[in-house]
Each structure stands twice: as C-alpha cells, then as structure tokens.
Design a binder for this molecule. Structure first.
Ligand code: SF4
Ligand code: MG
Length: 325
C-alpha cells in the first residue's frame, strides 16, 4: 500500500530576540517504512518525534525535502489531488477543532463527497446517511450541530466524514487520545469493525502502547524523525530489540502477565530536533550505548524475518564493531 524510503523533512526556523538566528529542524530524518494492504500499522513515539509531520507528508499536505513516498506503486508526487484525497484520508486527534461548528453534521460528512463531485446530490445524500448509520448515528443527527454531541459522538462524525469517500488508506493521528477513557474502547472497536467491513488499511499513530497493543498487526517505533524498530505486534511486545522500544514498554503497563515488569531505564529528555545527536540519535539516553554509537548512525535492517531495527547491537558482529572503532 505504502512504501517510504530515505524520507527527510527539514524546516528552517528563526530564533533569538531579533529572529535572526537560523536553525534547521530535522522533523523527519532518514525514515523508512512500509505499510501492507489491509493491515493496521501502529506508529508509536513521544510527542515531538515527527509522527504528525510524517502524517502530513503522506497526505500530500507537505512536500518532503528528499526521499520517496510511494503509494500503491506510484510516487506520491505523481498522484493528482483528487485521486489522492479519495485514496488517503485522515482522522485527527481532536474532534472538537476538526469539525466546523457552523455546519450541520450532514453537511460535514457530505463535504468530501461534494468536493470530489463525482456523484449527483441525491447519491451523496444517500452516502452521507449510510456513513452516519455505519458509525452508529441516526437520521435525526444529520440536521444537528457538532456542539450538540459528546466527544465520542463527534469523533464518530469525523470518522464518517473521513470514510465517506471510501479511501483505502486511513491515517489515524491519535484518534482517541482526546476522548474520555470510558469511551475510547467503543471508538477503537468501531474503527476495527469499519476496517473489516470496508477493507481499510490503517496507519495508526499513537503515543499509547496499550492502544497499539490492542489494535495493531505491526508496530513501528519512531525516535527523533526516524523509525528505529518495525516488527509484528507479538514479536515487538515479547522481545523488543531496540533499547528505546524496551524503555517505552517498561514505562507502560501492558495487560499481559507473560511480560515481566522491569526497571525503567530511560533517562533524560527527548533531544531537540534542531540539533539531533550525531551517530545513533538515541545514544545520549541509551543504557547500552557503545563507543561507535556516538560516531556512526546504525542502518535500519531486518534482523529476523519481518523484524527491522536500527541499532549497533544488531548491526554486526563484535569483531566488526571493534574494527570500526
Ligand atoms: Fe543504544 Fe547504540 Fe543501539 Fe543506539 S545504536 S540504541 S546508542 S546501543
Ligand atoms: Mg502529534
């Protein structure tokens, strides 16, 4: 469905009192990822690691500095706007700010269909009613306004709007983190059943590993703009390979008694993407850092079938490491 290679996105920012100091933010830095048709790929990482920038790049809302995004075997830059909008949709974190408060729910859900303009009005209205019923809202809700709904219901409206054009890939950016804990499971279950019914592929962005562990087939871990580990869910939660993944996992209670509790080894703050560390971006915080880690960046490679990691612990034999040192 989606292949990303060597992706870079940099921004020039100005700082200082007179805003004369220039800096380059490496929001996405040499990122590799592939999303398979029909799967849910969970993308996890701390805030500020570049997850949302990656989402905007995939949606074509921003242009990469370099690298490739290939959607269904076609480079993203060759996609026409309308086809791209029909194929990739996004569900945002905040159902309060992502819905226009002046519009009825019916017009909100119909809007993407109106923009695409492929069908006559009556058909677009029919599709709108169908989508609202799929997300568990009724006919009467069409004429109501967003403020008349609860947070969970608003997110259902946002989901109906995103899925109305029948996209193939849906980027879900923290879709339940703004919701009450009590209704998160309902919305997650809804996303799961819609995926089955509509044959959707999800790229599911979250900082919440317990959500990821429930919903995702594979997990990608992002750190300072790069994917540092990509693995099937089971293999990831049983034996995370990257020291950063291991640290994330120990920080979150995962309801699986087979995973022994460990000490939380992660220390220090996420470094600024304005001056990412040389070598492995995780080395200033890594409990297993070696000499080479501060000098050379490890490559992202497959260390066992389907399990990819960027870390010197798996890069080469000890002898090779000595030779490189
Ligand atoms: Fe730690 Fe080195 Fe692996 Fe980076 S490459 S995660 S610093 S061991
Ligand atoms: Mg974000």
């Amino acid at each position: 469905m989606l292949t990303i290679r060597n992706l870079q996105k940099q921004y020039v920012v100005r700082g200082g009192l007179l805003r004369t100091k220039q800096g380059v933010v490496h929001a996405v830095n040499d990122l590799h990822l592939h999303v398979r048709h029909g799967e849910t790929l969970g993308l996890v990482g701390e805030s500020g690691c570049g997850k949302s920038t990656l989402a905007r790049l995939i949606l074509g809302l921003e242009t990469p500095t370099s690298g490739e995004i290939i959607l269904k075997n076609i480079p993203l830059e060759q996609w026409q706007g309308q086809h791209l909008r029909r194929t990739v949709q996004m569900i945002f974190q905040d159902p309060y700010s992502s819905l226009n408060p002046r519009w009825t729910v019916g017009s909100i859900v119909r809007e993407p269909l109106d923009i695409l303009g492929r069908h006559p009005l009556e058909q677009r209205r029919k599709k709108t009613r169908e989508m609202l019923s799929r997300v568990g809202l009724g006919q009467d809700d069409m004429a109501r306004y967003p403020h008349e709904f609860s947070g969970g219901q608003r997110q259902r409206v946002a989901i109906a709007r995103a899925l109305a054009p029948e996209p193939e890939l849906v980027v879900c950016d923290e879709p339940v983190s703004a919701l009450d804990v009590s209704i998160r499971a309902q919305v997650l279950n809804l996303l799961h059943s819609l995926q089955k019914d509509m044959g959707l592929t999800y790229l599911f962005i979250s900082h919440d590993l317990s959500v990821i562990s429930h919903l995702c087939d594979r997990v990608a871990v992002m750190y300072l703009g790069s994917v540092v580990e990509l693995a099937p869910r089971q293999s990831f939660f049983k034996t995370p390979r990257h020291p950063y993944s291991a640290a994330l996992l120990t920080a979150v209670p995962i309801p699986d008694p087979s995973i022994p509790p460990q000490e939380m080894p992660l220390t220090g703050e996420l470094p600024s993407p304005l001056s990412p560390p040389q070598g492995c971006p995780f080395h200033p915080r890594c409990p297993q850092a070696m000499d080479i880690c501060s000098r050379q960046k490890p490559t992202f490679r497959e260390i066992q079938p389907g399990h990819h990691v960027a870390c010197w612990l798996y890069e080469a034999t000890t002898q090779d490491k000595r030779n490189m040192s």
